[in-house]
Design a protein around this ligand. Structure first.
Ligand code: DMJ
Length: 669
């Protein structure tokens, strides 16, 4: 037996190794000393018992094996890491950051692009300069730095655009959100440039749905009659001007661009009014001139003019409308040349000078976030990605901002700082409304792939439920109020009545069923905003009773809010609800409202008029104005609501912009 001597073993080994090492480093120490130490070491090794030596050898062998194993592992890990990176890269390519993945290859405009004015970016404002001195900003021709900045983004988009088209041939993304599984639907192709007949649904629908046309019914005929009556007044007294003043047989100008004609083009097409369409088209061809020295509001001209021209192009296939759309699109671009890239509210389309309103450098949140459907579509059709780049920058920026309350946004955003202003007030009404609408609709337009938009939309609806929903007394109507610095106001704009339609569209697109339930509850409320009022027409704003009080109705109206501007939102939502549920009560409610429009707002000589007092049936006080959206939206939605042809502007192929102009849902390449 060999009694172990651990202390000695340990000492011998470490000392010797240490000496060896020291010798190795001590290059000037002399070789003889080194060899003496080696011999001493060997002697000590010999003095060890066999067992001791075996243990030491086994220990070193063990260390060597461990070292080898960890070397192999590290090598494998390195290989795995490298290959995982390429997987990730592949995934990144498969899920593009922007929506061109779902785009068909852009159809180059066939017109001579050189015919259109080249509007150069204007120089960013100095944010430190005072407001008043900076209201008008001339576009300098040589701002190359900004231009190249934009060019980079545009180039990137163009590359993604091309790449995405290739990659998505076989890919169809499935998005899962809180249990909802959403598959992109079949989208819509750009039209052929072959001119179609008015009344045809569109070149695309025609090809895909070889069904017999559904004959129009009596209620639809009543809408056609109403349209013709409105058109008669406009033609007689306001032809070529923005809006009809039906009482004084005159007109009013806003932009001086024949707004009513442009807004009504696709309505005429859908209603099958061939003659009216042809005369309107002739006016667009010979009279419409965007080179005028006029200030236009970016949002209003985008949704009405650009949107109207693009949808008419899609429905008719006539390239005249695309040419005009490109022209106005180019002329609106200077609005984006702000320090923050949040666009100014106004732009002079003749001079290329953009500016904020006189009293502020803020823009309205709804306005800067409700131009995206139109500019994105313009890029898709022209292949010029500047339009898309500009509006998507705005969306991304707003997405990144703080100051939201559970997805609800403030009403203003500063064009210098890019930050929300007037924080703490949240509404689904004026100045914020279509922000929410366009979150969902852009997601649908792009083929349901831009998850950021969907997430924002769903967050916002959760925010609405948490902060803005209440029930009225005595009828327990569900309504959407407002939040001002933590205090709830039971105030609801008629504008909010877009929401039931948008919620229903979301539910139809795969979102959870509670969205449809809320849509049904809210459309009932919007209908009651008409039904409970003396003329059967809704005021601009209502206040709901939330405390039970004897003799009080659900809805109350302030004298300053009792006007009706012939707005479309409730009819729009009735249309969506009917399309998705098939419940005829929505058609009946719409019919009741149309009759009341005829009773209280129709002007015998031609046209319809906004009224000042919906609570006075014997004198509703006509205001002498027919808004262009009455023809562009209200009558169009009436016609679609009364139609039983589910393919008349099929909602799986088209998405309506906020001015009721249908734009195609992008088809996979
Ligand atoms: C229209 O111009 C649009 O619907 C916009 O989104 C809101 N206001 C009017 C109609 O009320």
């Amino acid at each position: 037996m060999y009694p172990p001597s651990p202390r000695q073993d340990f000492f011998a080994v470490t000392l010797n190794l240490g000496e060896r090492a020291q010798g190795g480093f001590d290059s000037g120490g002399g070789g003889s000393k080194y060899w003496r130490r080696r011999r001493l070491c060997w002697r000590k090794w010999k003095q060890l018992s066999r067992l001791q030596r075996n243990i030491i050898l086994f220990f070193f062998a063990f260390l060597a094996v461990c070292g080898l194993i960890s070397y192999i592992n590290m090598a494998n890990h390195g290989r795995a890491f490298t290959s995982r990176s390429s997987e990730e890269q592949k995934i990144e390519l498969d899920i593009p950051e922007l929506n061109p993945a779902v785009l068909a290859a852009p159809q180059k405009a066939d017109a001579n692009q050189g015919d259109f004015p080249e509007i150069l970016p204007q120089k960013a404002r100095n944010p430190r300069r005072g407001r008043l001195g900076n209201l008008q900003i001339k576009a300098p021709q040589e701002d190359l730095k900004e231009r190249s900045h934009d060019d980079d983004d545009t180039k990137r988009l163009e590359e993604e655009h091309g790449q995405a088209s290739k990659e998505n041939k076989s890919e169809r993304t499935v998005i899962s959100w809180r249990g909802a599984v959403i598959e992109p639907d079949q989208g819509t192709e750009p039209p052929s440039n072959k001119m179609q007949e008015p009344g045809h649904k569109s070149s695309t629908v025609e090809i895909k749905n070889q069904k017999k046309p559904v004959p129009i019914n009596e209620r639809q005929k009543a809408v056609i009659e109403a349209f013709r009556h409105a058109w008669k007044g406009y033609k007689k007294f306001a032809w070529g001007h923005d809006e009809l003043k039906p009482l004084t047989h005159s007109f009013s100008e806003w932009f001086g661009l024949g707004l009513t004609i442009i807004d009504a083009l696709d309505t005429m097409w859908i209603l099958g009014l061939k003659e009216e369409f042809e005369e309107a088209k002739a006016w667009v061809k010979t009279e419409l001139n965007f080179g005028k020295n006029v200030d236009v509001n970016l949002f209003e001209s985008t949704i009405r003019i650009l949107g109207g021209l693009l949808s008419t192009y899609h429905l008719s296939g006539d390239s005249l409308f695309l040419e005009k759309a490109k022209d106005i699109g180019n002329r609106l671009m200077p609005a984006f040349n702000t320090p923050s890239r949040i666009p100014y509210s106004d732009v002079n389309i003749g001079s290329g000078v953009a500016h904020p309103p006189r009293w502020t450098s803020d823009s309205t949140v709804a306005e800067v976030t409700s131009i995206q459907l139109e500019f994105r579509e313009l890029s898709r059709l022209t292949g010029d990605m500047r339009f898309q780049t500009a509006v998507e920058k705005v969306m991304k920026h707003v997405h990144s901002l703080s100051g939201k309350n559970d997805g609800l946004v403030p009403m203003f955003i500063n064009t210098n700082s890019g930050l929300f202003t007037h924080l703490g007030v949240y509404t689904l009404g004026a100045r914020a409304d279509s922000y929410y609408e366009y979150l969902l609709k852009q997601w649908i337009q792009g083929g349901k792939k831009e998850n950021e938009l969907l997430e924002e939309y769903i967050n916002a609806i959760e925010g609405v439920k948490r902060h803005l929903l209440r029930k009225s007394e005595p009828s327990k109507l569900t309504f959407v109020g407002e939040l001002a610095h933590g205090r709830f106001r039971a105030k609801m704009d008629h504008l909010v009545c877009f929401l039931p339609g948008t919620l229903a569209l979301g539910a139809h697109s795969g979102l959870t069923a509670d969205h449809m339930e809320l849509a049904k509850a809210l459309i009932e409320t919007c209908y009651q905003m008409y039904h409970q009022i003396e003329t059967g027409l809704s005021p601009e704003i209502v206040y709901f009773n939330i405390h039970p009080q004897k003799g009080h109705k659900d809805v109350e109206v302030k004298s300053s809010d009792r006007h009706n501007l012939l707005r479309p939102e409730t009819i729009e939502s009735l249309f969506y609800l009917y399309r998705f549920t098939g419940d005829k009560k929505y058609q009946d409610w719409g019919w009741e409202i149309l009759q009341n429009f005829n009773k209280y707002t129709r002007v015998p000589a031609g046209g319809y008029s906004s009224i000042d007092n919906v609570q006075n049936p014997s004198n509703p006080q006509p205001r002498d104005k027919m808004e262009s959206f009455f023809l562009g939206e209200t009558l169009k939605y009436f016609f679609l609501l009364f139609s039983d042809d589910m393919d008349l502007i099929n909602l799986d192929q088209y998405v309506f912009n906020t001015e009721a102009h249908p734009l195609p849902i992008w088809a996979p390449a």
